[in-house]
Design a protein around this ligand. Structure first.
Ligand SMILES: [Zn+2]
Length: 288
């Protein structure tokens, strides 16, 4: 039987929000409630449930509620999902998860240092039973039945350093920690002014993103030659986490982004005939 888990002790982070540009701090606190929820400490401790139907997904995955929003959930949710942390209280001071170094590695490392422990609540994995494809303007997201949790991604940028990159992985915790979590978010210098005009990327810098000019990376060296597609895999895992259950299935994205990832989650929530609860088994990434 798959049990829900929490952390052994609180884990704290603070830093800039990549979009808001404002300082924020986050404390991941142990909880035995069997759910993942935020408390906005700057809004009097207001409780905000993580809910796929309240997500606005364009340049990031953003949780919208009556009196505010919480931006850039995806890297945090990816880490919680892969580590099997599904019973935590997220105390947030500010309206965005700190971007840290642009990757999910610092989050994953600190949580693992704190340690995990089971809570007496049952978690249920979900198995995809039928395939489906969502397409939009040359981009697509498909899912298929699979004996494990597999993620495939292809990107195609007309930039000499990126071009076409592909990755397909059957996820394990080790693979996530070594090959995916360290991949940083990326952006193009030519888009910065336009994004900032729209109130986005205000906290983006050479220290928390891979930044490219027309020809090269201007923010130091890459962590992987294909860091770009690896980061897209991270974002996809973080967005799929909004479904709320560990998945057995193959998710394949082609030139997609948060919006399409999110549409797949909504499709699954609206079509329970495409999946079934798994009574005993759990995907491989939760078995270590
Ligand atoms: Zn990202």
């Amino acid at each position: 039987m798959l049990q829900k888990q929490t952390t052994q002790r609180p884990v704290s982070f603070s830093g800039t929000g990549i979009h808001s540009g404002e300082q924020a701090s986050l404390i991941i606190k142990p909880s035995s409630e069997g759910r993942v929820f935020f408390r906005r400490m700057d809004l009097g401790g207001l409780e905000v449930q993580v809910d796929a139907r309240k997500i606005d997904a364009l340049n990031c995955s953003c949780l919208v509620f009556e009196s505010g929003r919480i931006q850039t959930l995806e890297h945090l949710l990816a880490v919680l999902y892969v580590l099997g942390l599904d019973s935590v209280e997220l105390e947030l001071q500010g309206e965005e998860i700190p971007i840290l170094d642009g990757s999910a590695a610092p989050l994953a490392e600190s949580i693992l240092q704190a340690g995990l422990r089971p809570v007496p609540r049952r978690a249920k994995a979900v198995r995809i039973l039928q395939s489906h494809t969502i397409e939009e303007k040359g981009a697509s997201l498909s899912f298929f039945p699979d004996p494990d949790f597999r993620v495939s991604y292809a990107i195609d940028f007309s930039h000499p350093l990126i071009g076409r990159q592909e990755m397909s992985v059957s996820l394990t915790r080790k693979l996530f920690l070594e090959e995916i979590a360290p991949a940083r978010t990326f952006g193009f210098l030519k888009d910065a002014a336009e994004l900032r005009k729209r109130g986005l990327a205000l906290g983006g810098s050479l220290d928390n993103a891979v930044v490219l000019d027309e020809k090269k990376v201007i923010s130091g060296s890459l962590r992987f030659q294909d860091e770009f597609v690896r980061h897209k895999v991270l974002d996809l895992i973080g967005d799929l986490a909004l479904f709320g259950h560990p998945l057995f299935g193959h998710f394949r994205a082609e030139r997609a982004g948060h919006r399409l990832h999110h549409q797949a989650v909504l499709f699954l929530l609206d079509h329970p005939d495409f999946w079934a609860y798994e009574e005993e088994a759990s995907p491989r990434f939760l078995q270590e």
